[in-house]
Design a protein around this ligand. Structure first.
Ligand code: 4AD
Ligand code: MG
Length: 429
């Protein structure tokens, strides 16, 4: 069955086709009902005139409220007056189900739209984002599979965390304490010593109270881990997977991107290598902009914003101070105060979209780092076996899929990058 997008591409002009969809907008002028029909691919005006369809069908088209379900048969014509430049002249119009008065009418406040998210997912804005999201997920799988990575899956219920206790969600597990995963990190290191090049995309959970435009409590995390590889090796994959996703979105969804306010040409121009600076260089650049950061402090949103201001693509910052970094990051052999860790930072206020590092391989150092991190090494015994058996250089990263989509779609807020956002204030609908 043809979709509305095929009509809008001009592929069906002059033909008689059938469409199935939902009424997006409707108005009647004289003896004609102009019904804008929506399907998963777009919207199209269907002209239903009193003369061309049986009386009961015209009456149905006239009476049906928005979000009624309908099917239409008719001829596709090019018409400059119609939105999108095409119109169907209906020969048949059947209302499949008459809708009640749709709650989304005038009130479009953010809070209200979140309350009725189950209905708002039908909007042009959300469906455009969903199509891009679909493309981006496909592109990421395509990239890693093309590079010889195996897709493997970690558990979601875990006995310990890897990114610090403060953001762990507790799960009561048959009387024992468990957590929702923050990252596949510890499992990835075990799996890299099995399958060497591994990746996955799945949910991660962060009990982060911060209400910002880039934090969700449940987000989709693309993570990769590679044995026999160092920071510079995986960093290349980070920039290239972003490049690939940006190009794919520009190819597959140019109209959706334009609708969302993102010029697809900017994405076409994304190219690797990305600019790569050290943490120390980042501090120098920020100082030149009048922002004095104490050495050792993580970069905050406003600093990431200042660093990427006016840029068309993300940049890489590497070699962060060891203090305040997760225990598993490898110390820089050239300066043990630093770790071989990196972030990829996107412009347009999105900030960090990737965090990764080479992993520490020294067993004794790791045990001590776990203690310094405020954790009990006894809980990490199984993980430490990765350093006891077949210990080799390895590295990996995690990429927030919604942050990537937020940047690609130029969204002000991360919540629109996912159909049903989970934030500190909301877990329904
Ligand atoms: O920087 P993070 O915390 O790194 C890790 O979890 C590593 N274990 C990943 C690895 O090396 N395998 O998280 C990685 C990415 C961030 O760069 C960000 O894009 C995303 O996950 N992220 C979030 N996205 C949305 N909401 C949140 N609350 C997020 N927290 C992290
Ligand atoms: Mg990080």
């Amino acid at each position: 069955m043809p979709k509305i997008a095929d009509v809008l591409r001009g592929a069906l002009t002059g033909q008689d086709i059938e469409l199935k969809g939902w009424i997006y907008r409707t108005r009647t002028i004289g003896g004609k009902a102009f019904v804008v029909l929506r399907d998963s691919s777009g919207v199209l005006q269907v002209a239903v005139s009193r003369e061309s369809v049986p009386a009961d069908q015209f009456e149905g088209a006239e009476r049906a409220l928005i979000e009624s379900a309908a099917t239409a048969k008719g001829t596709i014509v090019a018409d400059k007056r119609a939105p999108g430049g095409y119109e169907m002249r209906a020969k048949e119009f059947h209302v499949v189900s008459f809708a009640e008065k749709f709650p989304i009418q005038q009130d479009l406040s953010e809070e209200f739209l979140l309350d009725v998210r189950h209905l708002w997912v039908r909007s042009q804005r959300m469906t455009s984002i969903f199509r891009v999201r679909h493309t981006v997920f496909g592109a990421v799988h395509e990239y890693f599979r093309g590079e010889g990575f195996f897709e493997v899956h970690p558990p979601m219920i875990t006995p310990v965390g890897s990114e610090g206790g403060a953001t762990l969600f507790n799960v009561e597990y048959f009387g024992k304490k468990a957590y929702l995963t923050q990252s596949w990190q510890l499992y990835a290191e075990a799996l890299a010593l099995s399958m060497e090049k591994v990746y996955y995309i799945g949910p991660s959970f962060r009990a982060e109270k911060s209400r910002t435009t880039r934090h969700l409590t449940e987000y989709w995390h693309c993570e990769m881990e590679e044995a026999w590889a160092g920071m510079d090796d995986v960093l290349k994959h980070a920039e290239r997977v972003i490049e690939h996703a940006a190009h794919r979105a520009a190819e597959e969804n140019p109209e959706d991107l334009k609708f969302l306010g993102r010029d697809p040409d900017l994405l076409v121009k994304v190219h690797t290598p990305f600019e790569h600076i050290t943490y120390d260089e980042a501090l120098r650049r920020l100082k030149a902009k009048g922002m004095e950061i104490e050495w050792g402090k993580d970069l905050r949103t406003l600093e990431e914003r200042a660093l990427t201001e006016g840029m068309g693509q993300p940049i890489i910052v590497s070699r962060y101070p060891r203090v305040s970094q997760a225990f598993y990051k490898r110390r820089d052999p050239a300066n043990p105060e630093l770790v071989l860790g990196f972030d990829v930072i996107a412009p347009d206020d999105v900030g960090e979209i990737v965090g990764g590092s080479e992993r520490e391989t020294d067993l004794e150092y790791l045990k001590q780092a776990i203690v310094e991190f405020g954790e009990d090494p006894a809980h990490y015994e199984w993980y430490l076996d990765t350093r006891r058996f077949g210990n080799v250089q390895h590295a990996g990263f995690g990429m927030g899929m919604e942050r990537l989509i937020q940047w690609i779609c130029k969204l002000d807020h991360i919540r629109d990058a996912i159909p049903f956002p989970r934030t500190p204030a909301r877990f329904s609908p």
